[in-house]
Design a protein around this ligand. Structure first.
Ligand code: ATP
Ligand code: MG
Length: 424
């Protein structure tokens, strides 16, 4: 019998897990720096939450959800995204009764039944933020700059920020009617998928990659020319705040997000080096969402970043994250008595924060030294009967080859001198 991980899922193995830990650590640091707090919602929710919160006519709800009935007969769905859960939680826990706005972030796995390919998986990971209960355009700029800052901290400086406004319940319907009319007039040139989208979700036609559709789309009416006064003002203000932060952006009137609850600001950060799956993070305002799932009119804005895509982007640019694996000291032992004494030393060293390792396979000194090498040990020490009797041993710097005779009873102090540890 041979088992494989399900299609579209990945094992994340060491040493790669160190990169993940690094990304998560940076996320916690930077997001707290902007005063966002972490929220953890369940991995699964009742299916209706996503049907309502994402929208019935979206690709996610129509085709991509992992939905099943639990043993109690409830329809359950593995979360395909984070926003609906966060808003559900905000409403359920009556967080609106507290001081506003509420600024949350999350990190975790999401599940979508998609065709697996580079940068597209069935279980993938997002880190995201949501700022709830304020419609201030400065907050839109804050959210965008937060995402950009995170990427900059990882060394990604040359990504493109695409910006658009998708209007609101006032102006979008008029625009959608115009768009529908235009698309119907040019229906013959559209792909079958887009033909069927004209009535169901015409905005989605705008991001179809098909060549023939593209030629129709480029002359389509633009949402940015059809915004109501308050949406146009909001859009201008967002741009002004981005200018204040010196953030470059490209106005892209074709940028529509896949989810129906988006209003006003929409944005995507793209890395041209990534090919078809080029969006590292995307988001926008969703002033219509809270009302959709909780009959409370609350504005909100957020983004979600794909961690796998972030890693691909770093790889494409040969950027190494500053992660290190390795042990501070490998204790090579000769004989049983030495092993027992060393085992005690090992424990004391670990207690003081030194990453310390010992042999567990009864190997020869030579093989133990090879192990130390493979583990990237900074120092080794050989402890046998003689060393125990004389309370003295040789500690060796594996990189330089320098050796130093030390008193065994003084090993802790010596290590403190040798290894520069912040936490010691
Ligand atoms: P795409 O157009 O690439 O399908 P999307 O519009 O479905 O993206 P969102 O729902 O906004 O994406 O999710 C935000 C981010 O999550 C994306 O920008 C991407 O980085 C990542 N992401 C989305 N779907 C996947 C997936 N199946 N595998 C890996 N990452 C994904
Ligand atoms: Mg998608």
């Amino acid at each position: 019998m041979k088992f494989n991980a399900p299609r579209g899922t990945n094992d994340i193995l060491p040493p790669d897990t160190l990169k993940w830990q690094y990304i998560e650590k940076k996320t916690h640091e930077i997001f707290s720096n902007y005063n966002y707090q972490e929220i953890r919602t369940p991995i699964f929710e009742y299916t209706e939450l996503f049907q309502r919160g994402i929208g019935e006519v979206t690709d996610i709800v129509e085709k991509e959800m992992y939905t099943f009935e639990d043993k109690g007969g409830r329809s359950i769905t593995l979360r395909p995204e984070g926003t609906a859960s966060v808003i559900r939680s905000f409403l359920e826990n009556k967080i609106y009764g507290q001081a506003q706005p509420t600024k949350y972030y999350y990190i975790g796995p999401m599940f979508r039944y998609e065709r697996p390919q580079s940068g597209r998986f069935r279980q993938f990971h997002q880190l995201g933020v949501e700022a709830i209960a304020s419609n201030d355009p400065a907050l839109d700029a804050e959210i965008i700059s937060l995402g950009m800052r995170l990427l900059q901290d990882f060394g990604l400086n040359d990504l493109e920020l695409h910006l658009n406004s998708v209007g609101c319940g006032e102006c979008r319907p008029t625009y959608v009617d115009k768009l529908k009319k235009y698309l119907n007039e040019n229906k013959e040139q559209l792909c079958d998928n887009c033909k069927s989208r004209i009535d169901r979700n015409p905005l989605r036609v705008l991001d179809c990659k098909n060549d023939s559709c593209q030629s129709v789309i480029k002359d389509a009416p633009k949402i940015t020319d059809n915004l109501c006064e308050s949406c146009a003002d909001h859009f201008n203000d967002v741009q002004e705040y981005l200018d204040i932060l010196n953030l470059d952006y490209i106005i892209n009137p074709l940028l529509v997000r896949g989810l129906d609850y988006y209003t006003n600001t929409a944005f995507e950060i793209k890395d041209n080096a990534l090919g078809a799956q080029d969006t590292v993070f995307g988001g926008g305002r969703y002033n219509g969402l809270a009302e959709e799932i909780g009959s409370r009119d609350l504005p909100g804005i957020g983004f979600a970043l794909g961690i796998e895509r972030l890693l691909l982007s770093l790889e494409a640019k040969d950027i190494e994250l500053p992660v290190e694996s390795g042990v501070d000291l490998y204790i090579t032992v000769i004989g049983e008595q030495a092993k027992k004494e060393s085992f005690k030393l090992l424990d004391q060293l670990r207690n003081k924060g030194f990453i310390t390792e010992i042999d567990y396979l009864g190997r020869s000194v030579g093989s133990q030294m090879k192990s130390a090498d493979r583990m990237n040990a900074e120092y080794t020490i050989i402890i046998g009967e003689n060393e125990l009797n004389n309370n003295s041993a040789t500690i060796r710097n594996m990189k330089s080859g320098d050796e130093k005779e030390i008193q065994l009873s003084n090993l802790l102090e010596e290590m403190k001198q040798l290894v520069d540890k912040e936490d010691i």
